[in-house]
Ligand binder design. Structure first.
Ligand SMILES: Nc1nc2c(ncn2[C@@H]2O[C@H](COP(=O)(O)OP(=O)(O)OP(=O)(O)O)[C@@H](O)[C@H]2O)c(=O)[nH]1
Ligand SMILES: [Mg+2]
Length: 293
């Protein structure tokens, strides 16, 4: 090991929809984690790795920590998020500017059970018209915890992200690199393809349905990817397929284009919709469908 080599794990934590995955993608400089305007988009812990010169930052994207733990899936999401805090070198905690909620309070309570340093990022500052409102908000949050630092940022616009990254680099421990320098994530193409399909379903479908489905890759060859969209009830099927199959067709086309960009080759994408009764609240079904820590 070169004596200057540095490496550390940085967990990105926060309630759903605050912009964690958007931040991870921007910091890595490539889209790895799916994003959407709906809460509970991220369901699995996922690493985004950035190696530059002597420094390797291993970002950990996590599901949003939330209060309403209605079913086994919700509990899995919270477990996956909170267990990601254990053993990391640093936490980046995201909140949304001017929107403090009970879930943020819950995240704060969770974080205070660990002794890990926490950088607070107040995201979506691009949305604030009256910038004078930001300072009192920052002062109020700053008084809640002993933060290592506080950054007002915009994850989607890239505001203050170089400064945030520099701070993270400054805090990295001396360590040998865990991953080869060209590796961007710990997840394979099969996983990422399933996520891309789920992202398009989140974009295309309204209300509750996206929370009640999951995507499982059945076939993954050079030219052909086949995936099952598992739903909870027969009645959800017609919504996902749409009139004359238009919804499923649109989802398939959008997903195929993104998967082709990721794989850098043409593929044939086939989607099926199948029912697995009540899978969201069934621990065994969850495990079978890849929700394993
Ligand atoms: N205006 C604005 N929107 C943002 C910013 N960062 C993220 N968003 C939007 O916020 C929404 C949620 O972003 P995600 O990155 O999916 O949020 P998340 O925290 O990963 O959400 P979960 O995975 O559900 O916990 C998306 O519509 C993003 O485009 C930002 O800096 N400014
Ligand atoms: Mg996310």
């Amino acid at each position: 090991m070169s004596n200057k080599e540095r490496c550390g794990y940085v967990a990105i934590i926060g309630r759903p929809n605050v912009g964690k995955s958007t931040l991870l993608n921007h910091l890595i400089g490539q889209k790895i984690s799916i994003t959407s305007h709906k809460p509970q988009t991220t369901r699995h812990r996922l690493l985004g790795i950035k190696t530059e010169n002597e420094c390797q930052i291993i970002y950990v994207d996590t599901p949003g920590i939330h209060l309403h733990q209605a079913n086994a899936m919700n509990r899995y999401l919270n477990r996956a998020a909170t267990s990601s805090i254990e053993g990391v070198d640093l936490v980046v905690w995201l909140v949304e500017s001017l929107h403090w909620t009970k879930e943020d309070e819950f995240v704060l309570k969770t974080l205070s059970q660990y002794s890990v340093p926490v950088i607070l990022c107040v995201n979506k500052i691009d949305q604030i018209n009256d910038k004078n409102r930001l300072l009192p908000y920052l002062q109020d949050i700053a008084s809640k915890y002993k933060f290592t630092d506080i950054f007002p940022i915009s994850a989607s616009k890239g505001l203050n992200l170089p400064e945030l990254e520099q701070k993270i680099i400054d805090l990295l421990p001396t360590n040998i690199h865990v991953f080869p320098e060209d590796q961007l994530t710990d997840r394979n193409e099969r996983f990422l393809a399933a996520e891309i399909i789920r992202e398009k379903l989140l974009k295309r479908l309204n209300a509750e349905i996206p929370y009640r489905l999951t995507v499982q890759i059945e076939t993954f060859t050079e030219k052909h990817i086949g995936a099952i969209i598992w739903i909870e009830r027969q009645t959800q099927k017609s919504i996902i397929i749409g009139a004359k199959g238009n919804v499923l067709k649109a989802v398939g086309e959008m997903a195929r284009k993104d998967i082709e960009i990721m794989l850098e080759r043409k593929i044939f994408l086939e989607l099926w919709v199948k029912v697995k009764q009540g899978w969201c609240d069934d621990e065994r079904a969850l495990q079978q469908l890849g929700y394993v820590e």
